[in-house]
Ligand binder design. Structure first.
Ligand SMILES: CC(C)(COP(=O)(O)OP(=O)(O)OC[C@H]1O[C@@H](n2cnc3c(N)ncnc32)[C@H](O)[C@@H]1OP(=O)(O)O)[C@@H](O)C(=O)NCCC(=O)NCCS
Length: 175
């Protein structure tokens, strides 16, 4: 099913097509302000999309981030969305793997995500204890805060993760 999928970085002209995917993939959550702000931010943000014959069917973002007084670079993965009719066919996984490969090429040390460990562990993510999320997370979400250290790199030093302005919204970090 992923054989007919092409993954590439999006261009500025695709903003509306990307925006139309999120309310479908996340019917109960309004992630559009975050997604649009990150697309505008552009400063090192990786915007990757998956395309099939019918057009853009999957999208994900990797935002550069770091820990104060630590030279290593990090990235925050999310959101990631696949059109509902095409979920669970491997498209999301292919997009995330392509993004992690790009992060490795860019010299990123560690990628963070807040998400279901049952899904993200297949990419090597494990619960993260040393680097703390920008806002306090509910106890029940402790294992949802995860990271993967990329091949040949060392993890970032312990501390609070600093993220750009679009991510500094408490509602993104709690129920
Ligand atoms: C989560 C999402 C990006 C995964 O992409 P996908 O293409 O549907 O998933 P894949 O085909 O790569 O992976 C399928 C596997 O992941 C599992 N899976 C899919 N979504 C899952 C979820 N939310 N939690 C746990 N497991 C999940 C499936 O059970 C399947 O497992 P299996 O391989 O053991 O059968 C996609 O389902 C989606 O857009 N969901 C709605 C939005 C969302 O929740 N995004 C993630 C939070 S940022």
């Amino acid at each position: 099913m992923t054989a007919d999928l092409t993954i590439r970085e999006t261009t500025a002209s695709e903003k509306i097509r990307i925006a139309s995917l999120y309310p479908k993939a996340f019917p109960d959550e309004d992630l559009l302000p975050l997604v649009l702000a990150l697309l505008d931010e552009r400063q090192g943000v990786l915007s990757l999309a998956g395309y099939r014959a019918e057009g853009l069917v999957a999208h994900g973002l990797f935002t550069p981030c770091g820990v104060e007084r630590c030279d290593g670079t990090g990235a925050l993965l999310g959101p990631v969305g696949v059109l509902p009719s095409l979920q669970r066919l491997g498209l999301g996984g292919a997009l995330i793997r392509a993004g992690l490969e790009q992060m490795t090429r860019r010299g990123v040390h560690q990628v963070f995500v807040l998400g279901d460990p049952g899904y993200y562990r297949r990419f090597g993510f494990e619960p993260e204890r040393g680097v703390i999320a920008p806002y306090p997370l509910p106890e029940a979400w402790a294992d949802a805060w995860q990271s993967v250290t990329l091949a040949g790199r060392s993890p970032l030093a312990e501390g609070h993760l600093s993220v750009p302005a679009p991510w500094m919204e408490p509602a993104l970090w709690g129920p």
